[in-house]
Design a protein around this ligand. Structure first.
Ligand SMILES: [Zn+2]
Length: 473
């Protein structure tokens, strides 16, 4: 029998994220990630025009947000859409990290498909789950069978099967042996994979970088990848066209702290709380400048998971330098009965809760972590003439531009001083070219990139992939 390894790519080909890669070898079938593609979704949907969960899987399939592949989807969703339920022949999903464009559409997958991910990645998925409202697009850990009838509200959700690993572990899925190896990215618990197939090793990079706080982890991945002499490598290429700069976590610290020292009023910081390195940077600034760091109840869910993880050296949400900002709900008077969300209710007895009104009394004693979606709280925080540290990437698509403009209107309204201070989670073009030349795969598959053309200039044998087409190795 002729042995062939087949790869099929869905999403993440000429766009950033949405990776769903089907690998087939000797009858074993696994997915490498199963993420949401913001590009595909944003083409037809937006904030108030969303795919309907009341149509099962229908809106997602019809509009091409998920591929039409047999035997991979939840039976309840297929039936709800008037299709026949299907048995699955997929033996697992290897999840590289907890970002939505790699993880979220696991929500649609058949309940018998187990998910393999890092232990820390699972903790982050749990934190996301704790503080998010249930939605058909974020049912990664567990799901409720559709359609949901009002009378069935008490039926508990169905839990997915998760197998977690740490670096050094080896995973066996039928005929495949997989080595997950830690890499540095803007979320902890991120992995690249070496997949030993019947034809030889295939490398999948996931998302990674070499200029972050833990470049040694990416170095480990590159070293092993080179040693196994891979027959193919599937690589991310988000910033293949970006030249190296002095961007680093240390520079985020230096620039931000210098700006905050000069500020006599309130400091607002915005960053992604899934980025534990950034949290550490901001936390260190607050301690060094003797200010209290004010976070939200949502952030507390993440912090408590980080604190629980022995591999991450992170303070608890009740740390003496941390305060939780109480949001206004219902009556707007902060009484206990105003709060119905479980993630807030269970933390209302914490000793370190503060309100916006208390912060306005001594604004320069605090640094408030506030994401754009909660900017209406600026009305209470009154941060006039303060500083706003934007520790996120700059907008890279039309939708983000619109939000960015709106954000700037708020910044200008309160006469906030705007400071951009960020370090990307994705590898620079030059570093990626070096990585590829070191690992020397026989064949290269670039994905997760808006600039695939840049890869054509490499000396490596490179395959530009198309959606859904089969590539035999
Ligand atoms: Zn990522």
């Amino acid at each position: 029998m002729k042995v062939v390894v087949n790869l099929r790519f869905y999403g993440g080909i000429k766009e950033i994220g949405g990776n769903k890669i089907l690998l087939e070898d000797c009858g074993t079938k696994i997915f490498l990630d199963f993420g949401m593609s913001f590009g595909k979704r944003g083409k037809y949907f937006e904030e108030f025009l969303t795919p309907r969960s009341a149509n099962g899987i229908g809106d997602f399939l019809t509009m091409g947000l998920i591929p039409d592949v047999k035997g991979i989807y939840r039976e309840d969703l297929l039936i709800h859409f008037g299709k026949k339920p299907e048995e699955t022949d997929i033996q697992g999903v290897l999840l590289s990290h907890a970002h939505a464009d790699h993880a979220n559409y696991i929500s649609f997958l058949h309940k018998n498909i187990p998910v393999y991910c890092g232990q820390t990645c699972k903790y982050i998925l749990e934190a996301i789950d704790e503080q998010s409202k249930r939605d058909i697009e974020n049912e990664v850990l567990n799901f409720r069978e559709r359609p949901i009838h009002r009378s069935n509200y008490r039926i508990p959700p169905i839990k997915r099967k998760f197998n977690t690993f740490r670096t050094g572990d080896k995973i066996k899925i039928d005929s495949l042996e997989i080595e997950p190896i830690h890499i540095d990215h803007s979320v902890p618990g991120a992995y690249g994979f070496i997949i030993h197939t019947s034809k030889g090793p295939i490398i999948y990079t996931g998302d990674l970088r070499m200029h972050g706080s833990h470049s040694e982890m990416t170095d480990d991945f590159i070293k092993v990848s080179e040693e196994v002499k891979p027959i193919a490598m599937i690589t991310e290429g988000t910033r293949i066209d970006v030249k190296s700069s002095n961007e680093s976590e240390a520079n985020v610290y230096n620039k931000s702290s210098k700006e905050i020292i000069e500020n006599k009023n309130l400091t607002i910081v915005d960053f992604n709380f899934k980025d534990v390195d950034r949290f550490r940077t901001v936390y260190k600034i607050s301690k060094d400048l003797e200010k209290k760091l004010v976070i939200s109840f949502k952030h507390a869910c993440f912090l408590e998971k980080y604190h629980k993880d022995k591999k991450i050296n992170s303070p608890d949400s009740k740390d003496e330098n941390i305060l939780l900002l109480k949001p206004k709900r219902l009556t707007g008077t902060y009484i206990d009965t105003d709060y119905t969300d479980q993630y807030i209710k269970k933390r209302l007895d914490y000793p370190n809760i503060i309100t916006s009104e208390e912060i306005t009394k001594k604004p320069n004693e605090y640094m408030v972590v506030l994401n754009f979606w909660y900017f209406n709280m600026l009305v209470d925080l009154k941060p006039y003439n303060g500083k706003y540290i934007h520790s996120l990437s700059e907008p890279f698509n039309e939708e983000m531009e619109i939000s960015y403009k709106r954000m700037m209107n708020w910044i200008n309204f309160f006469d906030l001083n705007f400071v951009q201070s960020h370090c990307s989670g994705h590898i620079f073009g030059g570093d990626l070219k070096k990585l590829i030349e070191t690992v020397k795969p026989k064949l290269l598959f670039p994905i997760h990139t808006e600039k695939p053309g840049v890869f054509r200039k490499l000396s490596m044998k490179t395959k530009m992939v198309s959606e859904g087409k089969k590539y035999a190795i």
